[in-house]
Write a protein that binds this ligand. Structure first.
Ligand SMILES: Nc1ncnc2c1ncn2[C@@H]1O[C@H](COP(=O)(O)OP(=O)(O)O)[C@@H](O)[C@H]1O
Ligand SMILES: [Mg+2]
Length: 350
């Protein structure tokens, strides 16, 4: 088979800009050079698109974040021409303006095949309120939760607090509906913690989700496929602190541990894999996604979230779970890009 050009798009306008660059570096280093020619396209924090030459230069200089070079999207002629000359795109921008359906929408408009979830599944996966509503509707167990808008909280602070105390109770988690990497998330133990927690969440989004704190373990499962997705072995995260926050995810000094496979019974692992596939399909995911849940002390599984562009470094949970399932990193990347091309062909054949 001839080599195909892959646009790896990364960086971007979210709190996960740096993480995205780390993910993209690993992916680009691992993509099979016999099968794929990499065209790197960086996006700065302000949303400017870099050309492949600028992107490569930044990577070679060891950049952990893109400087404000590049041009706004509609003026980024050279970067867009490079994109247009590609056979497939691999969006690796985590969070807003990348994982949330916006970049996917652009690629749809452009008629370019791309890896991972489509527009709707990406948008739902990025919005914890929509995602939970969809799971609840499908009968998938989720933690008790309420959605509070910033204007509601500002206008009716006391009522909002009463509602939380009645419907959810303490401890609870306050999160921006749109977020990732635990940014803006606070564990709230009492009424006094609420104002700070809402301020942290509303710094990222006008919509917050307040959730009952689940006592239990955190499990993750990798899913891969379009119409007939498959689930990997199940992994477990044991954060080195109260919860899996930004530092426990990315601080090199973090003592968070990943167990692959998770030390759970076969029956629980089978249930988790089934639940992962259901969550993936209820959301309408395609390509790949990482599915996260809680396992309560009495062995019940509770859905947490689906990440449509999960961390993708070679030591990230998503690829590691596949490696443990017999699919090496390089082959996983090829499979994800093949799934993108397959979806595109199927749609074009209609
Ligand atoms: N309802 C909950 N009960 C217990 N822990 C939670 C709950 N919600 C979030 N957490 C903790 O916070 C972390 C981040 O929350 P999550 O909803 O997964 O957001 P993100 O999209 O930022 O990863 C989780 O991995 C878990 O450690
Ligand atoms: Mg999470």
């Amino acid at each position: 088979m001839s080599r195909q050009r892959v646009a790896v798009i990364f960086g971007g306008r979210s709190a996960e800009h740096e993480v995205s660059i780390v993910s993209a570096r690993s992916v680009m280093a691992a993509l099979d050079p016999v099968r794929w020619e990499v065209v790197p396209i960086g996006i700065s924090r302000s949303g400017a698109w870099l050309t492949p030459v600028e992107t490569r230069a930044a990577l070679e200089a060891g950049a952990v974040a893109f400087r404000e070079i590049g041009r706004p999207l509609l003026h980024a002629g050279e970067a867009l021409a490079a994109l247009a000359a590609c056979d497939v795109a691999f969006p690796l921008v985590h969070g807003t303006f990348g994982e949330d359906g916006t970049l996917q929408g652009l690629l749809e408009m452009a008629g370019l095949p791309y890896a991972g979830a489509g527009v709707a599944a990406s948008a739902i996966g990025m919005d914890k309120a929509l995602m939970k509503a969809l799971f609840r509707e499908a009968g998938i167990p989720v933690a008790r939760y309420s959605v509070i808008r910033s204007w509601e909280y500002t206008l009716h602070q006391n009522m909002s607090i009463e509602l939380i105390e009645e419907a959810i109770g303490y401890p609870c988690f306050v999160k921006p509906a749109n977020g990732g990497s635990s940014v803006g998330i606070t564990k709230v133990r009492s009424r006094e913690d609420l104002p700070g927690a809402f301020a942290a969440a509303f710094a990222w989004d006008d919509k917050a989700v307040v959730e009952q704190a689940i006592v239990g373990r955190e499990l993750e499962c990798s899913v891969l496929g379009n119409e007939q997705p498959e689930a990997s072995v199940v992994g477990e995260i044991v954060p080195d602190r109260e919860f899996y926050d930004y530092a426990s995810k990315y601080d090199p000094a973090s003592r968070t541990e990943l167990y692959i496979p998770a030390p759970i019974t076969r029956a629980v692992a089978d249930d988790a894999r089934q639940l992962a596939l259901r969550m993936y399909q209820v959301m309408g995911c395609e390509g790949y996604a990482r599915v996260d849940f809680f396992l309560t002390t009495d062995d019940r599984l509770i859905a947490n979230e689906v990440n449509t562009i999960p961390g993708f470094t070679s030591i990230s949970m998503y690829p590691k779970l596949w490696e443990a399932s017999g699919l090496p990193y390089r082959d996983l990347l090829t499979r994800i890009l093949e799934l993108a091309l397959e979806r595109h062909q199927r749609r074009n054949a209609r």
